[in-house]
Design a binder for this molecule. Structure first.
Ligand code: SF4
Ligand SMILES: [Zn+2]
Ligand SMILES: [Zn+2]
Length: 324
């Protein structure tokens, strides 16, 4: 197996590019793909201050590393979700990365600052854990970016994530979500710009990137993800990709180029209908925003016990795992 560029021994094969790469040219490929995504979708301008949503997992740490490498002023924001050992270990990886790069990591802890954590808070609010978690993340990332004067919030959604979300939204014809499923959402009243610079790179490439760059990351899956439909969509797409390399790329980028425009009609009206939350000032269609309502139900909830689930073997050896 030889590198497509220099013919030296390769460390990774990328079937959708029908090519193998050595360490140096693989890293270059990752940087080029991120730079291309940023330019193609007008995500960032040189010198922009970016707040990276850091979970401690491979995607967000690789993204932070890549943005720093590309010269952006990128700070990290870690949200302590209070999911047992999983959260503690994730925070450790985020802090370690920041210390190693001399980068700035902002931390928000749900339990000590808002009186709930995801396992107990979602139960108290009678919401699925991922729903309470997603709502908390969106609200707190938006607020931190606006208060900190950042130009954009960057998240580590990669091609596999975006294709899986698209798959789910198409399967259930969630047209209002399809309208927003874009690699960049411009800043709007009360919302910062949101960008996804990893959309041209797959999950397996991100794991390999961390391995090659010596980035230690949280390899365990969040224990609350068990039974999550998103994982089932990823598995279905992996089966398709294994038989038809490039299918995920075609599905996602084909949607952006040829179909996404058709779902955008409602977005402007939706934005125009938003007022401000009477408690926190965040944009909301009602009087009190969804986050403040979550706080009413979840704030002060007592911690509950969890048993973490281990990662699948493929997550641990990205250079050997098949498909992506
Ligand atoms: S799996 Fe669900 S609960 Fe866990 S971090 Fe992701 S969204 Fe949050
Ligand atoms: Zn090479
Ligand atoms: Zn509010």
């Amino acid at each position: 197996m030889k590198c497509r560029v220099c013919r030296e021994p390769a460390v990774i094969d990328i079937r959708r590019h029908n090519a193998n790469f050595c360490t140096e040219h693989f890293l270059r490929l990752c940087r080029d793909q991120v730079a291309k995504a940023i330019k193609q979708h007008s995500m960032l301008e040189p010198g922009d201050r970016v707040l990276v949503a850091v979970s401690g997992g491979k995607d967000s740490l690789a993204l932070w590393d890549l943005l720093l490498e590309l010269g952006y002023q990128a700070d990290g924001l870690y949200l302590g979700l209070g999911i047992d050992d999983y959260s503690e270990e994730s925070a450790h990886h985020a802090r370690r990365f920041a210390a190693g790069r001399d980068a700035n990591l902002v931390e928000i802890d749900l339990r000590s600052e808002y009186g709930y954590d995801i396992p107990s808070g979602s139960r108290a609010a009678r919401r699925a854990p991922c729903s309470a978690c997603g709502l908390s993340k969106r609200h707190l990332f938006d607020r931190a970016a606006l208060e900190g004067g950042y130009d954009a919030v960057a998240t580590g959604h990669n091609l596999d994530d975006e294709a899986a979300v698209l798959f789910g939204n198409v399967l259930h014809w969630h047209t209002e979500y399809l309208a927003r499923q874009l690699p960049v959402l411009p800043a709007r009243e009360g919302f910062p710009r949101k960008v996804k610079p990893l959309v041209r790179l797959g999950e397996r490439e991100m794991a390999a990137y961390c391995l090659v760059r010596g980035i230690d990351y949280q390899v365990d899956e969040c224990p609350m993800a068990a039974g999550n439909r998103h994982l089932a969509y990823k598995e279905a797409l992996n089966a398709i990709e294994a038989r038809s390399p490039g299918a995920k790329h075609e599905f996602y980028f084909g949607y952006l180029a040829r179909a996404s425009e058709r779902f955008r009609d409602g977005m402007a009206e939706e934005q125009a209908a938003l007022g401000s939350c009477e408690r926190c000032g965040a944009p909301t269609p009602g009087e009190v925003c969804a986050f403040c309502r979550l706080l009413d139900q979840a704030g002060g909830s007592q911690p509950v016990e969890l048993t973490p689930r281990r990662a699948r073997p493929d997550d641990r050896d990205p250079t050997r795992a098949g498909g992506s």
